[in-house]
Design a protein around this ligand. Structure first.
Ligand SMILES: *Cc1c(COP(=O)(O)O)cnc(C)c1O
Length: 377
């Protein structure tokens, strides 16, 4: 008998994933432990340093009673809570297991073999994964100064373009497009293109010319906005997100989504979280206050942070040598501080720092100040 395990022949004859799947680089999340395994402060995944709302935790505990029961599949109680909190139409809301679920469903419903899906160079890495999973070709639009560039996106459009994924504000850069730029992008995209604006960080934006595209969705057939409970609401572990979309798009997603893609605990805790205005305000104020404190303190020790409208800062280090990003990462890890490496985003000289609790933010600045003094060229 021939041994066939893992050899080329079996690869050719055995079950094969469809084209595209093996081109996917699996998503790598933020590290939670230092290399030494010492207890650490995780500032690598843009989580809420204040945690979840007490009301959401209570709702989650109450949901334990419903564990043997199937959820209501359309997440009606959650859609109605979101609609009330945001002044939206519940029929246009589709909920999912995180907004990642909604992004994947959009790619599957609106693109396939032979189609193109545009994302920006330093856009969220889930977009090309969603496109390839759907069988479509991800197309990368260049940015200008780490910002999405409307003209560069428009230049790449062809009759095959079916989707444009754009995060606003963007992760990992923290940069954003103004209401005006976003309106021009939508107006000038070809009519067959569905524009998906990922507003995972919209609650943290304070720029005067930033605006959510949520209400514009009600006036168009070709625009979707996604939101998440993972960031401002502090429910990343629960996996719950939503999209706001034309009724025809909602209809398409309802046909292909998992029939129970939001659990009862997710629906109940999400509904409680979005009603807890005080916790949302406190979370936003905390991020805004410490984001500007950190940017200024880091600037003072010679570390440039890209101006950010999100709950993180992208920090710049030397391209190589003793003050490189990997050297800073190792230095911080030795002190129990975990930031996000950016090689996977094509930014090897950067680290992304999520805004943490006061003591964590101060610890990062203190550690980096030492790093900068002790590591001269
Ligand atoms: C964190 C993040 C999300 C949210 O993902 P979930 O699946 O809802 O946890 C979506 N888009 C971007 C750009 C993000 O950074």
């Amino acid at each position: 008998m021939t041994q066939n395990h893992g050899n080329q022949d079996q690869g050719a004859q055995g079950p094969q994933p469809k084209p595209g799947v093996l081109r996917i680089h699996a998503y790598v999340g933020g590290a939670a432990q230092t290399k030494s395994g010492k207890p650490a402060v995780k500032l690598s995944s843009n989580e809420n340093p204040l945690g979840a709302s007490p009301a959401a935790k209570a709702a989650y505990e109450t949901a334990a009673r419903s564990l043997p029961i199937y959820p209501e599949g359309s997440a009606r109680i959650l859609r109605e809570a979101i609609a009330e909190a945001e002044g939206l139409d519940p029929a246009r809301i589709v909920c999912g297991a995180g907004s990642d679920d909604i992004l994947a469903l959009l790619a599957k419903a609106y693109s396939g073999e032979g189609d193109e899906v545009i994302h920006t160079r330093h856009g969220f890495s889930v977009y090309p994964i969603a496109a390839l999973t759907a069988g479509a070709e991800p197309i990368m639009a260049d940015e200008t100064d780490l910002r999405a560039d409307v003209d560069k996106i428009l230049d790449l459009c062809t009759p095959r373009t079916k989707l444009v994924f754009l995060a606003n504000p963007n992760n990992p850069t923290g940069t954003y497009l103004s209401i005006k730029e976003m309106a021009r992008l939508r107006a000038e995209l070809p009519p067959q293109v569905l524009l998906v604006v990922d507003e995972a960080y919209a609650e943290f934006a304070e720029a005067g010319d930033f605006g959510s595209a949520l209400k514009t969705v009600e006036t168009r057939e070709d625009l979707v906005v996604t939101r998440t409970f993972s960031k401002i609401h502090g429910l990343a572990g629960l996996r719950v997100g939503w999209g706001y979309m034309p009724l025809a798009v909602a209809d398409a997603l309802h046909r292909i989504r998992g029939p129970f893609n939001t659990s009862i605990p997710a629906q109940m805790a999400g509904a409680a979280a979005i009603r807890d205005r005080a916790h949302i305000e406190a979370s936003r104020n905390h991020v805004l206050r410490w984001r500007s404190w950190l940017a200024q303190a880091l600037g003072g020790i010679g570390i440039e942070a890209t101006p950010s409208q999100a709950n993180f800062l992208l920090l710049r280090f030397d391209p190589e040598g003793p003050r490189s990003a990997p050297a800073a990462d190792a230095w911080l890890q030795e002190r129990g501080l975990i930031l996000r490496r950016m090689e996977g985003y094509g930014l090897p000289d950067r680290l992304r720092l999520s805004i943490g609790r006061e003591e964590d933010n101060r610890a990062v600045v203190e550690a980096l100040a030492q790093f900068m003094t002790e590591n001269h060229q």
